[in-house]
Design a protein around this ligand. Structure first.
Ligand code: ADP
Ligand code: MG
Length: 276
């Protein structure tokens, strides 16, 4: 790009910010109370519409559950938000100012969208505390240099997050010794320590005991407010226990939205999803 073109780009009001600033310094403008705007979104794979004209708004600080049958497009939606998959059409904005389609997957993570995949990926040979230390080091915003010593403030912050995740007593245990559920919480804690504004969590309770599910619901609820949280989940009991707003996805589009009671009472939802 030559100097004149650069200047032209920079003087376009809505792009100035994104063009001149590092991804990790971008701040979403949520003055309208919305953290994520998804509009008219479509993507096809070999002619099959995985996402079909989807519209979705996530409010700042809310905990939203997205449910839907297998193949509804839930994971594809997360792939688009995080920059892993590019849509054919539509827009994805983080706040009203940041056009996520202009950014790469690592940049989107830096901008403040954390994603937890289904399978936990913790550093088994390191202690629970060290796992959070390593996660924190990976984020420029939180801790500028990998080899700097942890300050008292950072240690305190890690401890607070471990407390919140119910792992404080296991702080010095190697992660390898944790149960499946505890590893899931550790991975959520590793995301939280990077201070994402939006947290995307794909099927967090698969393989968990009922008791672990309850603790997971509690943890995700406690994260909402300070963070916005989007949970994709199959398990109806779990979604009900979270007791927040639910979006039902079907064939790549939004079928219904409301409380769990409202969507379960919807005849269209019953027909396509609950098989009633
Ligand atoms: P869900 O997570 O709701 O089960 P997915 O988003 O994984 O659904 O998949 C939606 C549809 O898109 C499925 O039919 C799936 O086979 C298809 N799909 C997803 N990703 C790809 C891809 N990279 N290539 C081809 N088809 C895909
Ligand atoms: Mg999926």
């Amino acid at each position: 790009m030559n100097g004149l073109e650069r200047l032209r780009q920079a003087t376009r009001r809505d792009r100035v910010f994104q063009f001149l600033v590092d991804a990790d310094e971008l701040v979403p403008d949520t003055s309208h109370g919305v953290i994520l705007y998804i509009e008219d979104l479509s993507v096809s794979f070999d002619g099959f519409k995985a996402i079909d004209n989807l519209n979705l708004y996530i409010r700042d600080g809310e905990l939203r559950c997205i449910i839907g049958p297998n193949g509804a497009g839930k994971t594809t939606l997360m792939d688009i938000i995080t920059g892993k998959t590019r849509p054919d059409r539509g827009s994805v904005y983080f706040g009203q100012n940041i056009d996520l389609l202009h950014f790469s997957e690592p940049e989107i993570a830096q901008i403040g969208i954390g994603r937890k995949f289904q399978k936990p990926t913790v550093f088994e040979q390191h202690t629970v505390f060290e796992n959070l230390e390593l996660a924190m080091a990976g984020n420029k915003r939180v801790w500028p240099t990998l080899f700097a010593r942890l300050g008292a403030e950072q240690v305190e912050r890690i401890d607070a997050i471990l407390e919140q995740a119910g792992l404080i007593e296991l702080k010095s245990s190697p992660a390898a010794l944790l149960s499946h559920g505890q590893k899931q919480w550790l991975e959520i804690a590793m995301l939280v320590v990077q201070e994402p504004r939006l947290l995307l969590v794909d099927e967090p309770v698969a393989g968990m005991t009922h008791q672990e599910m309850d603790k997971t619901a509690e943890l995700l609820n406690s994260l909402a407010g300070e963070h916005s949280v989007v949970v994709v989940e199959h398990d109806m009991d779990f979604v009900r226990s979270i007791a927040r707003e639910v979006t039902v996805l079907h064939q790549g589009t939004v079928l219904a939205e409301g409380s769990m009671d409202e969507v379960q009472a919807d005849p269209v939802v019953q027909q396509v999803y609950l098989g009633v």
